[in-house]
Every structure is written in structure tokens, then in C-alpha cells.
Design a protein around this ligand. Structure first.
Ligand code: PLP
Length: 392
């Protein structure tokens, strides 16, 4: 019996546990000081009333003989896939319903999609990076190449013709940097993918924060992307589903490798290993697309966006370099006075009791940077930034 030794190659992630330990120690030593947390990537506003109503109605249906549902379609109920299809149509992206796969969230699918790719593929990920892209490939034993995201490219790396890879991860708006690709930027990646016979895995988990018509919410807004890209999306940040769990993945039928439709492989993978998302949750997700649901979730997104603006304005006023904030819930800032990420973490905790996330935890290029999030409470965000203004 042999274990999967690739797991032994995973680097332990001490990022959030170290933050928690440091904060707990500080609170123990300074019980009178009020700590404000702007480090979390989780939402804080409750589900929209339209969503809660849908959950209650669906629960009632499940409790009645005539409307009870057992196993649902693995790919998701037609009502939800059609709602997603219409959502894409508003962005002028035409999808067939069976190109959409409903899931329990983007994280699972980002990991599971690797089932359909050979282990000898080379993977290209940005640095800094959402750690799931790296760890899922380490588990499988794939070769990973890193592309530098840094201040000089605005944390939006473009293809390097000298680098050859088979699977490319792109996250826009980006976690952790908040940077967003333009259509021209994504077109360069689509062209590169075609030239190199590569597949793009496009993570659009934060697309709802994009406020400009000029910026792409979906990679399929780029010509030719249906032949080379799979898109992952989620209701987590769009509608506060981090604890409710629902997302979707788009695998266009036009995407073929070695003469095989990847849509067919993914369908086979899902029907074999996945039994679908609960009916109640899919009804909740459907309600997100209703007129009332859209109005209510937009109010929540606006709330977070205003928090982001408060943080971004503070960085402007202090002359601190940053990305994100405008089309993203994340503000990625350069630590002042050449402090390292962890030095700045300690500095903020000790001096103003504000907690953020050290950029070094997302990759080597994150060193010297710091992530603040807008998912917190308005009053606390304002207070944290007032405290920030009095620093240095
Ligand atoms: N992709 C990115 C870039 C994320 O930051 C997250 C969550 O923080 C996810 C995917 C996971 O989303 P979900 O809650 O749908 O699994």
C-alpha cells in the first residue's frame, strides 16, 4: 500500500493560523484595545431576503409528497442553468444550457477539473496566487511554473513567448491583488493559449465587483476564448453564499483537445463523482437572478464597494501604492517604509489594532505587500482607516 506521496510536497500554510495566533496573543496582553479585522476573505452581510424566501419555499416543497425532490440532475436543475444562461446573455455571451455545470462552489471545481487533464501537463500560475491553484497541482504531482506579478506589470502578468505550458490559471478580478485584466490583456492570453495548445482556467469568482462596461466579466467576452478556456464562477462573493455553497463552471463544447470535447469529459467526471447541489440551494441561487434578488445583492455589493473605496482613498491620501479596490473587494498595498509583509502586520496590530493579511503568504512576489478586504462592517472600516491616517 502506497500513499500519494505528492501530499508530502505540500507546503504547510501557516498564514491564517499565524495571524490568528498573533491576534489572540495581542488580545490577551491588551484586553482593553479594540481590534478591527480587515483581513478576512469571507463576506459578513446576510443572505438577501429574496434568497431566504426561496430557501423557505423550497424547504416547504421538500416537505410535501407532491413536490419532494430526491437526486437531482448532476449538472444542475434546468431552471438554474437557464437563469445562468440569461445572465451570460446580458454580457453578450451565448452559452448552451449543457455548457453550464452547477457545483457546490468554485473551489471544488477548480480542484476537480484537474481530473480531466493528464499528469504530464505543465501548469502556469501567477505569483502571488490563490493557493488552491498551486496545492491541487502539487497533490497531483504536476510541474508548476510561476509568472511574476509585480508592481511593474500592475500585478497583471502577460504571456512570455519563451515559457511553454499546458494549463494556465487566470483570476480576474484577482485574489489577492484586486487587479483586473482589460479585454486586451485577456486577448493576449487567449492568443497565447491557441498558439501553445493550452487551456486557460479562468476564475471569475469576483466578477460581480466589476463596475466598468469596458472590463471583461467573463473570458468569453474575448473572441476565440470558447476554444481555449474553462470559466469558474461562484455565488459566494456575488450573493453571500460562502456558507450556503453554490457555484458554476462553464465548459464550452467548442473546447476540444486531441479531438475530444472537454465538455464530455467533465460531464462524465461529474456524473461519476458528483451527485449534484441540493435543490434548496439551487432554488436559492435561482432567486439571485430574480429582479428582486438582483436589486438586493447589488445593494450588498455596493456596500462592500464603498468600504473598498474608503480603504483605497486612505491609501491615496497617504501616498501608498496599491492595486484593487475599484473593481474588487481587495486592496493590495505596498508596505510603507520598506517594511516586510509581517513587519507591517505587527506594526498595524501593535499601533492601531488593525488586522490585515501579509502578502508574503500568497507567494514570493507578495513579500513587502499587504491585503486589506472590504468585507467588513462599515463603521469598523471607517474607524480602521481613521486610525490608519494617523500613522507614520
Ligand atoms: N476563487 C477565488 C479566487 C477565491 O478567492 C475563492 C474564495 O475565496 C474561491 C475561488 C472559492 O469560492 P467558493 O466559495 O465558490 O468555493
Amino acid at each position: 500500500m502506497n500513499i500519494n506521496k505528492n501530499y508530502l510536497n505540500l507546503e504547510d500554510s501557516y498564514l491564517f493560523s499565524t495571524i490568528a495566533k498573533k491576534v489572540a496573543q495581542f488580545v490577551k496582553e491588551n484586553p482593553d484595545k479594540k481590534v478591527i479585522r480587515l483581513g478576512i476573505g469571507d463576506v459578513t452581510l446576510p443572505l438577501a431576503p429574496a434568497v431566504v424566501n426561496a430557501i423557505k419555499n423550497a424547504a416547504d416543497e421538500m416537505g410535501k409528497q407532491e413536490t419532494f425532490k430526491g437526486y437531482g440532475p448532476e449538472q444542475g436543475y434546468a431552471f438554474l442553468r437557464e437563469a445562468i444562461q440569461k445572465y451570460y446573455a446580458r454580457k453578450s455571451v451565448t452559452l448552451e444550457a449543457d455548457e453550464i455545470f452547477v457545483s457546490d462552489g468554485a473551489k471544488s471545481d477548480l480542484g476537480n477539473i484537474l481530473d480531466i487533464f493528464s499528469l504530464d501537463n505543465t501548469v502556469l500560475v501567477p505569483d502571488p496566487v490563490y493557493p488552491v491553484y498551486v496545492d491541487t497541482n502539487v497533490m497531483a504531482g504536476r510541474k508548476i511554473l510561476y509568472m511574476d506579478a509585480n508592481e511593474s506589470n500592475g500585478f497583471l502578468p502577460l504571456p512570455d513567448e519563451n515559457v511553454k505550458c499546458d494549463i494556465i490559471y487566470i483570476c480576474s478580478p484577482n485574489n489577492p491583488t484586486g487587479a483586473v485584466y482589460t479585454k486586451e490583456g485577456l486577448k493576449k492570453w487567449v492568443d497565447y493559449a491557441h498558439k501553445n495548445d493550452a487551456v486557460i482556467l479562468f476564475d471569475a469568482a469576483y466578477e460581480c465587483f466589476i463596475k466598468s462596461e469596458e472590463l471583461p466579466n467573463s473570458i468569453y467576452e474575448i473572441e476565440g476564448a470558447k476554444n481555449c478556456a474553462i470559466e469558474f464562477c461562484s455565488f459566494s462573493k456575488t450573493a453571500g453564499f460562502t456558507g450556503t455553497r453554490c457555484g458554476y463552471t462553464v465548459v464550452p463544447k467548442a473546447l476540444k483537445k486531441q479531438g475530444v470535447e472537454l465538455n464530455k469529459l467533465w460531464l462524465r467526471r461529474q456524473t461519476t463523482k458528483f451527485n449534484g447541489v441540493p435543490y434548496i440551494v439551487q432554488k436559492a441561487a435561482e432567486a439571485v437572478f430574480s429582479e428582486m434578488g438582483q436589486k438586493q445583492i447589488k445593494e450588498n455589493i455596493q456596500y462592500y464597494s464603498e468600504n473598498a473605496k474608503i480603504i483605497a482613498d486612505t491609501m491615496e491620501s497617504k501616498g501608498i501604492w496599491y492595486t484593487g479596490g475599484k473593481h474588487s473587494p481587495y486592496i493590495w498595498l505596498k508596505c510603507p517604509n520598506n517594511m516586510s509583509s509581517w513587519e507591517f502586520f505587527d506594526y498595524l496590530l501593535n499601533n492601531i489594532q488593525v488586522v490585515g493579511t501579509p502578502g508574503a503568504g500568497f507567494g514570493k512576489n507578495g513579500e513587502g505587500y499587504f491585503r486589506l478586504t472590504s468585507f467588513g462592517d462599515r463603521e469598523k472600516t471607517i474607524e480602521a482607516m481613521e486610525r490608519f491616517k494617523n500613522l507614520f
